[in-house]
Write a protein that binds this ligand. Structure first.
Ligand code: ADP
Ligand code: MG
Length: 379
C-alpha cells in the first residue's frame, strides 16, 4: 500500500505559563512511501517522529494536510477503519491474557462481514505466531516472556489482521543491545515476507540505516533529507544530517576557502578549483576520510590509538576542530606508521563536506574535474 503525506502539519497549543508558544510538532511533511517498502523515520527526541506516526494511524488529527493510503484519502477516518497495525516501545500487551489471547484480541473485535469463525481466528493467530516465531509460547502470559519475546507478541498482534500499513514506534528501545540487533533483523525479515508497507520510527541512526529502504531525517518537525540510507550518508544536505548519521560522528572543523584551496587552520587540505568564493566554512570529514600521511597536508596532535580489531581509531586534537577530539578510522595494518606527538593526514575528497557557516546548508565544490554529486536535498 502506497502512503502519501501531503503537507502534513500538526501544531499543539502552548501549555503552562512559561511556554505559551504553540509547538509545531510536524511542519508541512510531504512524502510518498512506496508500496511494500520499509521507511526509517529518524531524528533526535522531540523532533516529531511519534506525532507523525500518530497522524498516520489516526490517533491524532492533523492541523493541516492530508494522508492517502493508495487512492483512499484516510485523513478523516478513525484509526480502526484505516487498516493499520501499531507497535510501541513498551509492548502494551494485556498482562492477564495469554500470548494466544493477546494475538486473537484484534480478531475477536471484527464485526459484520469481517467477522471470523473461532476456527479461522485460531488459524490466523497461529500462522502469525509462526511468522514471528513465538508459536511455542502460545499459553504463556506476557510476564513469563523476555522483552524480545514480548515485542514479538506485540508485532504478531499488530500483524494478525494483515494491516495495510505497519507502524512501529521505537520498538527496540527497551531491549538490550544483542536483542536489539536480532529483533531489527527479524523486523526486516517479517516485513519482506509480508510485503507490508512499514514505517519504523527510531532515534538510532544505525538502526534506521541498517534495515530501511529509505530514511527520512527530521529535526524540529521539519524533514531535513530523504533518500536511500547510503545516499544520505554519502551526500548529506546539511550539517545536521551529516552529524546525525555515522558512528563515530563526522569530524567538524572551522575552515576557510581561499584562492581555490580549502584550509583547516594553516593547512591547505584540498584543492577545490577556482569556482568557489573565498569564505569561512564548516568542514565535515568522515572518520574514514583520513589517510595517514607523514607529510600531511593536515597535521593533528596525537592523543592515542583505540584498537577496534580490523580497524583502529586514531584520536587526535586540532585547534580548528569543533569537538574536543578528532577521530579517524584507519586500517589496523597501518598501526606501525603512528608514533610521536604529531600525526599527518591526507583527506579523501568524497568524504569531505563543506557547509555554510550561517545556514549550515551544504556547499558543493569541485575536486579535479568531477563535481561532487548532488544528493536529494531539502526542497
Ligand atoms: P519524538 O517522537 O520525535 O520524540 P514527538 O512527536 O513526541 O517527538 O514530539 C514532537 C514535539 O511535539 C515535542 O516538542 C513535544 O513536546 C510536542 N508534543 C508532542 N505531543 C504533544 C501534546 N500532546 N501536547 C503538546 N505538545 C506535544
Ligand atoms: Mg517518540
Amino acid at each position: 500500500m502506497e502512503v502519501v503525506l501531503q503537507n502534513l502539519t500538526k501544531k499543539f497549543p502552548g501549555r503552562g505559563r512559561k511556554n505559551k508558544e504553540e509547538v509545531v510538532a510536524v511542519d508541512r511533511f510531504n512524502f510518498r512511501i512506496p508500496d511494500g517498502s520499509l521507511i526509517g523515520l529518524l531524528g533526535p527526541s522531540g523532533c516529531g517522529k511519534s506525532t507523525t506516526l500518530h497522524l498516520i494511524s489516526g490517533l491524532l488529527g492533523p492541523t493541516d494536510g492530508r494522508i492517502f493510503f493508495g487512492e483512499d484519502d484516510v485523513t478523516e477516518l478513525p484509526p480502526e477503519n484505516r487498516g493499520i497495525g501499531l507497535v510501541f516501545q513498551n509492548y502494551a500487551l494485556y498482562p492477564h491474557l495469554t500470548v494466544k489471547q493477546n494475538i486473537l484480541f484484534p480478531l475477536e473485535n471484527l464485526k459484520g462481514k469481517d467477522k471470523l469463525s473461532k476456527q479461522e481466528m485460531l488459524e490466523k493467530a497461529l500462522e502469525t505466531a509462526r511468522l514471528v516465531q513465538i508459536d511455542g509460547l502460545m499459553d504463556r502470559k506476557p510476564g513469563e516472556l523476555s522483552g524480545g519475546q514480548q515485542q514479538r507478541v506485540a508485532i504478531a498482534r499488530a500483524l494478525v489482521k494483515r494491516p495495510r500499513v505497519l507502524l512501529l514506534d521505537e520498538p527496540l528501545s527497551n531491549l538490550d543491545a544483542r536483542l536489539r540487533l536480532q529483533t531489527r533483523e527479524e523486523i526486516r525479515r517479517i516485513q519482506q515476507e509480508t510485503g507490508i508497507t512499514t514505517i519504523f520510527v527510531t532515534h538510532d541512526q544505525e538502526e534506521a540505516m541498517s534495515i530501511s529502504d529509505l530514511i527520512v531525517v527530521m529535526k524540529d518537525g521539519v524533514v531535513q533529507q530523504t533518500g536511500k540510507p547510503q545516499e544520505v550518508y554519502d551526500n548529506p544536505a546539511n550539517l545536521f544530517v551529516a552529524k546525525f548519521l555515522g558512528n563515530p560522528q563526522i569530524n567538524v572543523f572551522h575552515g576557510e576557502i581561499k584562492g581555490g584551496r580549502l584550509y583547516i587552520g594553516e593547512d591547505a587540505v584540498l584543492d577545490i578549483g577556482d569556482g568557489s568564493d573565498d569564505k569561512e566554512v564548516y568542514v565535515g570529514i568522515r572518520p574514514e576520510g583520513f589517510v595517514l600521511k607523514a607529510d600531511g597536508p593536515l597535521f593533528c596532535d596525537l592523543r592515542g590509538v583505540e584498537v577496534m580489531g580490523r580497524d583502529i581509531s586514531v584520536v587526535s586534537t586540532n585547534k580548528a576542530s569543533l569537538a574536543s577530539t578528532v577521530r579517524s578510522i584507519i586500517s589496523a595494518e597501518n598501526m606501525s606508521d603512528i608514533g610521536g606527538t604529531t600525526v599527518g593526514f591526507a583527506v579523501r575528497p568524497h568524504k569531505v563536506f563543506l557547509f555554510d557557516k550561517e545556514t549550515e546548508e551544504r556547499i558543493f565544490f569541485k575536486t579535479g574535474a568531477a563535481k561532487c554529486e548532488m544528493g536529494e536535498a531539502r526542497e
